[in-house]
Design a protein around this ligand. Structure first.
Ligand SMILES: [Zn+2]
Length: 137
């Protein structure tokens, strides 16, 4: 019983951490290929330049609260963004939810490997997609 509680508490901590990491990787994959800084300018809408406020930066929740649109210009935000954020959180939290308190190191390593694998896989797919879209560069 205590094990289950311990696993759930750990997972409840890792889920938002994984979602925040996913949100960061989203920025990395969006900005690095364009040669932009990861730190400046702060997160903003690509269409209207609206700078995102703290409550617009909460992974998954902000997307749902804004019904998937920019608060300033109403431009739709890709559905993939909250899905990847949720997947990232789940990837980090699921191994811990299953066995974290009995095998903390294995659970953390598995979670990190899953999280990184998701983003490497997505990065490769995205790169392929963009090189096809731009007609082989
Ligand atoms: Zn906007």
């Amino acid at each position: 019983m205590l094990d289950i509680l311990c696993n759930l508490l750990g997972a409840a901590f890792l889920l938002p951490l994984g979602m925040a990491l996913g949100s960061f990787f989203e920025v990395v994959l969006d900005r690095l290929p364009r040669g932009e800084s990861l730190l400046w300018p702060p997160s903003h809408c690509r269409t209207c330049g609206h700078r995102l406020t703290a409550d617009e930066l909460i992974p998954v929740i902000s997307y749902l609260a804004q019904r998937g649109r920019c608060r300033a210009c109403d431009t739709p935000i890709g559905r993939g963004v909250p899905i990847r954020e949720a997947l990232s959180g789940s990837a980090l939290a699921a191994p811990w939810a299953a066995t974290g308190c009995a095998n903390p190191v294995a659970a953390l390593i598995t979670g990190i490997v899953l999280l990184v694998a998701i983003w490497i896989g997505y990065g490769v797919l995205r790169r392929r997609g963009s090189s096809t879209a731009s007609n082989g560069n």
